[in-house]
Design a protein around this ligand. Structure first.
Ligand SMILES: O=P(O)(O)OC[C@H]1O[C@H](OP(=O)(O)OP(=O)(O)O)[C@H](O)[C@@H]1O
Ligand SMILES: O=c1cc[nH]c(=O)[nH]1
Ligand SMILES: [Mg+2]
Length: 216
């Protein structure tokens, strides 16, 4: 079977609501951060649907024994927030995945060349092959940052078909590169926008996600 990049855009009023708040240029930093937290939460909820490993068991209610399903605690779950902006999605994701390990990856895009460079890498030496990896990257613009992150993560043994990317705004240039390089990947995004301007910003987008999340 030939795999093909899957991009999910959940049709959910809460996703649409918090996206509108995040996009609005009049939204102050503290509310922008709330919007990102909520988008992180609901997109993680969607991503978990067919991805979180489960364990069939039984439990005894006060009345009788019955079949039950638990999240399988034996399978490692890794969250990789791409600093800085990805940190704004972390609270929402982490509340849904409390047993996950968080591995920070700091990437900065050069404003002229638009190339991403790494200034912090807290990834483990290797991932167990069955590890579920959730990457938090709010903006998929040229795709340079997410490709750099995926290069580091897959070089450590993560299986692309078990990786989920949470983004807020995705643009066609990034999606095109991802579909060529990582066809088995699954992306959950609040919206797919038209394209990029001459400075590499997504239009209409939401501006600079890192600056807006941290008030810089
Ligand atoms: O797809 P790309 O063209 O690589 O752009 C996307 C990246 O740009 C922003 O990071 P930035 O370098 O501004 O860092 P920040 O999160 O610290 O603001 C954003 O948070 C993404 O990581
Ligand atoms: O629109 C964009 C593109 C890259 N990074 C951002 O923060 N915003
Ligand atoms: Mg930035």
């Amino acid at each position: 079977m030939v795999s093909q990049l899957r991009v999910y855009v959940p049709e959910h009023p809460l996703v649409k609501h918090w996206l509108a708040i995040a996009r609005d240029e009049n939204t102050p930093t503290v509310l922008f951060k709330t919007a990102m937290t909520e988008l992180g939460r609901w997109l993680t909820y969607e991503a978990a649907r067919h991805w979180l490993p489960t364990l069939d068991t039984t439990v005894k209610t006060p009345l009788a024994e019955c079949p039950a399903t638990l999240v399988d605690p034996r399978v490692p779950i890794a969250i990789v927030p791409i600093l800085r902006a990805g940190l704004a999605l972390l609270d929402g994701a982490q509340t849904l995945l409390p047993l996950s390990s968080i591995y920070h990856l700091g990437l900065a895009r050069n404003e002229e060349t638009l190339e991403a460079s790494c200034y912090l890498n807290k990834l483990p030496e290797s991932f167990a092959p069955e590890t579920r990896v959730l990457i938090l990257e709010p903006m998929l613009a040229t795709g340079g940052s997410i490709l750099s992150a995926l290069g580091e993560i897959t070089a450590r043994g993560a299986d692309p078909s078990l990786i989920r990317v949470i983004s807020i705004v995705a643009a066609p240039p990034a999606l095109q590169k991802l579909s060529e390089k990582y066809p088995a990947l699954n992306i959950y995004t609040a919206i797919i926008d038209e394209g990029l301007n001459s400075k590499g910003y997504i239009v209409p987008g939401l501006g600079d996600a890192g600056d807006r999340a941290f008030g810089t």
